[in-house]
Design a protein around this ligand. Structure first.
Ligand code: SAH
Ligand code: SF4
Ligand code: F3S
Length: 461
């Protein structure tokens, strides 16, 4: 392949992403920052001039995957005669930089989540350096101020990080150590990025943060803006039809944010609000800063503000000190609330966290059994929730082709995948679909003629 003089030589970049949506967002930004150096995406490690593993440290399993992947990459790198830059980014890089370079000396770059804007410079240094180039500081200036504007479109649904880091220090969690202290991006920067995403084709934007509802960014008016204020401003952007935000902490669910669920039609009626446990004793040991009654009262307020609000949560089974009674209290909380979906995990002891040293560790087999009970209940609830949509006419944002020929796929307001037969490519449009099929994990339906924009209108637009 010949390269045009003046443009950087074409190189191939593979980014593998684990962990939360913030890592997904960060991976897209790393691709953006490397594009001017000539890096274009590839799917295969064998073809890659550079491989970035964007890693997650939240549970032991996630961390171990990184090291097994690094083992395979070593062989690929050798097969390419060493002509491959291997970089480890994300939360494992932040927490275990030294261990990575000791266990995998073929790694060229180790960079923590706050250093992505420095990637180009690190790539240049890596080509000269004998050992690995490491950046795991928490610089005082925000990484967002130094990242280029988003270049690659994310699609009809897009992520936008508005807040990063966490000051809550839940007993079990590594995030305050890997992502650092809470930081909120200025509202003007968020609004500008949202407008760019819409110009690139996004119709739904999910605001991201480890504690997104603790957002308190500088407003364009110089004042402190809450997440509710930010959502109000974003709802004004033409073409931005749907807004979501994740992940929230029950303690930061302010009255103005609850009111936003009543007042902003674009704010979708689905909220992920992790509670972790249904036992006051365990919530205290977890340092969550609220009890079960607080959570139930909060859910009541939210449902009063937005009666069709569907709820989702995270649960941990087997936190140190958890008794059978505590576990049953969690099952009861789940039954009392009724979740539309939820994530649940077996407790994983993380080095350096307070819970790792707590008395009363729960045996793995018992924690697994509890987890299975929690998951069985949550699965039933999800299916039950999906069945409540049967026969309803619901607005579906079309995200792309479905699995079967002639089908399109989209998203319901409650984050359910929806499949239906469409007269043509309706990607990016919101159509009315009558639900005729309910599955445990998705819905199926028929497009309602007359209530949905015809395909030809799209072509005319
Ligand atoms: N900021 C979010 C959670 C981020 S981590 C919040 O406060 O809810 C995502 C989820 O991973 C958590 O909600 C928790 O359920 C789970 N998790 C975190 N640390 C864990 C650990 N050590 N073991 C098992 N699950 C864990
Ligand atoms: Fe972790 Fe708790 Fe912070 Fe969530 S609020 S990121 S669980 S420390
Ligand atoms: Fe994992 Fe870091 Fe996200 S530990 S869950 S990638 S903040």
């Amino acid at each position: 392949m010949t390269d045009t003089p003046g443009t950087p030589p074409r190189k191939r970049l593979l980014i593998r992403t684990w962990g939360c949506q913030m890592n997904v967002y960060d991976s897209a930004r790393m691709a953006d920052v490397l594009a001017p150096l000539g890096y274009a995406p590839t799917e295969a490690a064998e073809d890659a001039d550079m491989v970035i593993l964007n890693t997650c440290h939240i549970r032991e399993k996630a961390t171990e995957k990184v090291f097994s992947d690094l083992g395979r990459l070593r062989e690929t790198k050798v097969a390419r005669g060493g002509q491959m830059i291997v970089a480890v980014a994300g939360c494992v890089a932040q927490a275990e930089g030294a261990e990575i370079t000791a266990r995998a000396p073929w790694v060229d770059i180790v960079l923590g989540p706050q250093s992505y804007h420095r990637l180009p410079e690190m790539v240049a240094r890596a080509s000269r350096a004998a050992g690995a180039v490491i950046e795991t500081e928490f610089p005082v200036d925000g990484k967002f101020d130094h990242l280029p504007e988003q270049a690659a479109p994310q699609g009809v649904t897009a992520f936008l990080t508005v807040q990063e880091g966490c000051d809550k220090f839940c007993s079990f969690c590594v995030v305050p150590y890997t992502r650092g202290a809470e930081y909120s991006r200025p509202a003007a920067a968020v609004i500008a990025e949202a407008k760019r995403l819409v110009a690139l084709g996004a119709r739904e934007v999910t605001l991201l943060g480890q504690n997104v509802n603790a957002y308190h960014g500088e407003g364009p008016d110089g004042g402190d803006w809450s997440l509710a204020r930010l959502l109000l401003a974003l709802a004004e952007i033409p073409g931005l039809e749907r807004l979501r935000y994740t992940t929230s902490h029950p303690r930061d669910m302010g009255d103005d944010l609850i009111a936003a669920h009543r007042d902003i039609p674009a704010l979708m009626p689905f909220l992920h609000l992790p509670v972790q446990s249904g036992s006051d004793r365990i919530l205290k040991a977890m340092n969550r800063g609220h009890n079960v009654a607080d959570y139930l009262a909060l859910i009541e307020k939210l449902r009063a503000a937005r009666p069709d609000l569907a709820l989702s949560s995270d649960f941990i089974a087997g936190h140190p000190g958890e008794s059978d009674a505590d576990h049953r209290a969690t099952l009861k909380l789940i039954e009392d609330i009724g979740f539309a979906s939820a994530f649940s995990f077996r407790y994983s002891a993380r080095p350096g966290t307070p819970a790792a040293g707590m008395a009363g560790p729960v045996e793995e087999a018992l924690a697994d059994q509890r987890l299975q009970e929690i998951q069985a209940l949550l699965r039933d609830q999800q299916y039950a929730f999906n069945r409540t949509r049967m026969g309803l006419d619901i607005p579906v944002l079309v995200t792309g082709p479905g699995r079967l020929p002639g089908q399109m796929a989209g998203r319901s307001p409650w984050l359910q995948p929806v499949h239906f037969v469409a007269p043509g490519d309706l990607t990016g449009r919101t159509v009315m679909v009558r639900v005729t099929v309910t599955n445990p994990n998705s819905l199926g339906g028929e497009i309602i003629a007359g209530q949905s924009p015809p395909v030809s209108e799209r072509d005319a637009a």
